[in-house]
Design a protein around this ligand. Structure first.
Ligand SMILES: *[C@@H]1O[C@H](CO)[C@@H](O)[C@H](O)[C@H]1NC(C)=O
Ligand SMILES: *[C@@H]1O[C@H](CO)[C@@H](O)[C@H](O)[C@H]1NC(C)=O
Ligand SMILES: *[C@@H]1O[C@H](CO)[C@@H](O)[C@H](O)[C@H]1NC(C)=O
Ligand SMILES: *[C@@H]1O[C@H](CO)[C@@H](O)[C@H](O)[C@H]1NC(C)=O
Ligand SMILES: *[C@@H]1O[C@H](CO)[C@@H](O)[C@H](O)[C@H]1NC(C)=O
Ligand SMILES: *[C@@H]1O[C@H](CO)[C@@H](O)[C@H](O)[C@H]1NC(C)=O
Length: 307
């Protein structure tokens, strides 16, 4: 009899179809539908250059091939990407830890400017750390520990201000500790133990106010006094300077009972004189190692009740 009531429903249906169509189009444009992830040529080149420099890598990096470049984000071992609305992808992480890799690191790694994690720990890498890594403004985690890297810690790493963890332990690095590392205001973990580092601990590290672990131990050549600024880092829980040539604490040593310090390792250094009574202020201290120094006087045991 009457078709009038159907009309609004038809319009509604048409409207819904239009909306759905819009939705499908927008899904495609952010790459969910098509998944055509491509990375810029500079990033592709950096990965291929890395493979070229790594000997012993043919098995692990079989998929890393220029003929397989459309699959970088899908099938290249150890690689993950970020995806962007534009359809453009970028290398986000490289994780090739514990892969028996030999060879060296190419400067082109500095072109991976979207990378947040580089994990090449526990390999057999040699050569120097490329200063171009200082271009990686989004790098949050740099793990190069457990290799045979030589040469300096690049000053340019002070430009990687997103760094949360910088772990270069157990290599053969032989420079001063760059004062520029004090620019890393997000840094929580600085691992430089078991190298051949020399010079004194830069006072600028006191600017790394979020630092929790500072590891500088094991048969290195670090000398001078522990800067007062470092002893004042609010959240510092572990300060390990065992087996160096440290002479003592920079005066005035103002330890606060609000300090978070749990571990203080200064064994095997050249700290002389009396044990600073201010250490008794470190109410949270549980591990204190002052062995093999030239200290005299009494340890304030009563105060350090948690040891
Ligand atoms: C890529 O493919 C071409 C043609 O199939 C081949 O000649 C070339 O050796 C391949 N390159 C690599 C690196 O495998
Ligand atoms: C880095 O590699 C080590 C193995 O050496 C592994 O334990 C760690 O979870 C890895 N971390 C990241 C963030 O990939
Ligand atoms: C990549 O890095 C190398 C070495 O640092 C540089 O010479 C080159 O111009 C860079 N390429 C691009 C496309 O950024
Ligand atoms: C990076 O660090 C070096 C050395 O500290 C400095 O000369 C350079 O200007 C820095 N570059 C940027 C882009 O901040
Ligand atoms: C970092 O610390 C040093 C020494 O404590 C200080 O002279 C310098 O101004 C600080 N730099 C920044 C950027 O905060
Ligand atoms: C630090 O020590 C002072 C004096 O013993 C005390 O009054 C204060 O409550 C302590 N603060 C903390 C955070 O324990």
């Amino acid at each position: 009899m009457t078709t009038v009531p159907l009309l609004p429903q038809a319009i509604l249906l048409l409207f819904c179809l239009l909306l759905l169509n819009q939705f499908v189009i927008s899904l495609n444009s952010i790459g969910i539908g098509t998944y055509s992830a491509s990375v810029p040529p500079s990033e592709l080149d950096a990965l291929l250059e890395l493979k070229a420099r790594l000997a012993n890598s043919q098995a692990v990096l079989r998929a890393w091939n220029v003929n397989n470049s459309h699959n970088v984000c899908k099938s290249w071992a150890g690689v993950t990407c970020t995806y962007h609305v534009s359809g453009q992808s970028h290398i986000a992480t490289i994780n090739l830890a514990e892969s028996r890799l030999t060879g060296s690191l190419p400067p082109q790694l500095g072109n991976l400017t979207f990378m947040s994690t580089l994990n090449l720990s526990a390999n057999l890498l040699s050569g120097a750390i490329p200063s171009e890594l200082g271009n990686l403004a989004q790098l949050e985690r740099l793990y190069l520990y457990g290799n045979h890297l030589i040469g300096p810690i690049p000053r340019s790493l002070g430009n990687c201000t997103s760094l949360i963890r910088l772990e270069l332990d157990t290599n053969e690095l032989s420079s001063l500790i760059p004062a520029e590392l004090g620019h890393l205001c997000n840094l929580q973990h600085l691992g430089l133990s078991e190298n051949k580092l020399k010079g004194s601990i830069p006072a600028t590290l006191g600017n790394c106010t979020r630092l929790v672990y500072l590891e500088l131990s094991e048969k290195q050549f670090i000398s001078g006094l522990i800067p007062a600024q470092v002893m004042k880092i609010r959240y510092l829980e572990a300060l390990n300077l065992d087996q160096n040539h440290i002479l003592g604490f920079e005066a005035p040593l103002r330890c606060s009972n609000a300090s978070s310090l749990i571990l203080l390792g200064i064994a095997g250094n050249q700290v002389g004189g009396a044990i600073p009574p201010e250490l008794a202020q470190l109410k949270g201290l549980q591990f204190l190692d002052l062995a093999h120094n030239q200290l005299s006087g009494n340890i304030p045991w009563d105060a350090l009740s948690k040891l």
